[in-house]
Structure formats: C-alpha cells, structure tokens
Write a protein that binds this ligand. Structure first.
Ligand SMILES: [Zn+2]
Length: 278
C-alpha cells in the first residue's frame, strides 16, 4: 500500500559492535574525533588543530629516536609526609589506572642523534601536580644532564604544586631551579616546552626559565587562574589573557611550535646549542 506501509522510524539503537570510548568530541570545534585518528595525529584535532592533552609516554614516543629512550628513577613513589587524609589511596588508584608512578616521566634519549635528558609531565596523574616525587625526578634529570654534559628538555603540563604535600611541594620550586642554575653554569642548554595547562608553582619555577621557552598553540600559561587574577586586581583582563600567543607577544615565550613540528625543532635547537651531533 505505497509509502503508508513503511515501518515507522525508530530511534537508533545502541550498536553492540561499536566499542565504548572510540569517539570523543573536540572541545574547541565540536567535531567528532575517532580515537585512531587522534592517535595518528598526536592528539591534535584534524579539523581545527586544537591540541588536546598528550600522555607522557606518547609524547616521548613522538620525540625520541627509535629505541633511544632510557627511563630514569621509574620507581620513585610519593610518601604521605603530612598524613593527608586519603592521599595514599588516591595515589594508589592513579598508579593503577594510569600506568604511571607519578606525574612526570624522565629519561635519556636522542633526538635526531642529539643526546639530551628529558622530563615530561603528565596531566592525567593528579592534574600534573608537583609533589616531592615530581620535583625530585626533575631535579635528578637536570643533574644527570649536567653530569653527562648534555642539554635538558622539560615539557610541562601542570596545575601547580600538590597541596597534599604542603611545604614539601613548594620547596621543589627552589630545588629544581637550583639544579638548573648549576646546569646553566656548566654552559649547557635548557629548553622548556609549555603545554596546556602550565600553571601555579611550575610556571613560577622551572617552566619559564629555559634558555629557550617554547609553547604549544593556544595553551594556557599562568600562575593563578583568570578568575582569581580578576578578583584580586579588580580589572578586566585583556583578550587572550594567559594564552601562549599572549605570552609570545609579551616576551615570556620565544616561539609557538605545533606538536607535529616539535621533534624537528628540538633536534635543531639541541644541534645548534650543543655544537651538532656528537
Ligand atoms: Zn577541533
């Protein structure tokens, strides 16, 4: 009986063969992104080039010459020096779900044949907060670079100091910068790469004192959040406040580098500042 016999349209049922978690939405342009596309594109949106968070292991895999990465201090684990309630349980849970022991991975590698020590923060572990393990691993990485007479690269992604460790977190700011001062006195290069977000005690210590300060496009770089700054200063904030582009215009950042170009950029900078491949 013509079109009147056609079955009614039904809501699309959930398909059993579509695995959970394969699709996500770009927070910038709302495009639907397939997990495989994201992995191949280093977690950068193919539609609008928005840089999503990238894990530390994936970051190192994208930068290191194949087989060159040697991890340092992999087994350091946080204690609970203040007896902060539920802190050990939270750490244990994060260790189980992230396959990381804390919010930074450190190690030695070569990039286009140029040796360096690298520290890569990982936001998915406790929002990349810097407690005593993060500070200690970064300090040891810098000291290793000084001993090996090579450059150090620190890639930041952090909400700042870890309040659960109180003053022991804050002292990591001075400790990491002290190690960088000795590295600098040895006339060795330090390249800082700021990624989204670089904030708090990390911004106020090692992340912004590189010989060269690089940043990923549109990442947030700041100390306190914009709402706190606005309420404290009672002033309206300028457009683009606390973005990498704003920091480039105001001299805090030397260059903005897309994720796909970072490996080439770091290789050239290391070659230039260390006198080429040794
Ligand atoms: Zn997008």
């Amino acid at each position: 009986m013509g079109i009147f016999d056609k079955p009614r349209l039904r809501p699309v049922e959930k398909r059993d063969d579509m695995p959970e978690g394969m699709w996500s939405k770009c927070p910038s342009c709302d495009a639907m992104l397939h997990q495989l596309d994201l992995i191949q594109n280093l977690n950068v949106c193919p539609s609008c080039s928005h840089h999503l968070l990238l894990g530390s292991r994936e970051r190192i895999a994208s930068l290191a010459d194949p087989g060159s990465f040697r991890e340092l201090d992999a087994d350091l684990v946080s204690a609970n020096p203040l007896g902060f309630a539920k802190y050990p349980e939270k750490i244990e849970q994060l260790r189980a779900t992230t396959d990381l022991n804390d919010a930074v991975l450190t190690g030695m590698l070569t990039i286009d044949g140029n040796p360096a020590v690298i520290a890569v923060m990982d936001f998915k572990f406790f929002a990349g907060s810097m407690g005593s393990v993060v500070g200690e691993k970064i300090t040891r990485a810098i000291e290793k670079a000084t001993a090996e007479k090579c450059g150090v690269i620190i890639i930041s992604a952090s909400s700042g100091a870890r309040m659960q460790e109180g003053m022991l977190s804050l002292m990591q700011m001075a400790k990491t910068c002290g190690a960088l001062a000795l590295h600098s006195e040895a006339k060795l290069p330090y390249i800082s790469v700021m990624t989204h977000p670089t904030t708090g005690g990390v911004t106020a210590s090692f992340a912004t004192i590189g010989d060269v300060n690089l940043a990923e496009p549109k990442c947030m770089i700041g100390f306190a959040g914009p709402r706190v700054v606005k309420e404290t200063t009672h002033q309206n904030l300028p457009p683009g406040f606390q973005t990498a582009e704003f920091m480039l215009d105001h001299g805090l950042v030397d260059a903005i580098v897309s994720r796909k170009d970072l490996r080439t950029k770091l290789g050239k900078l290391l070659a230039f500042m260390q006198g080429g491949v040794q």
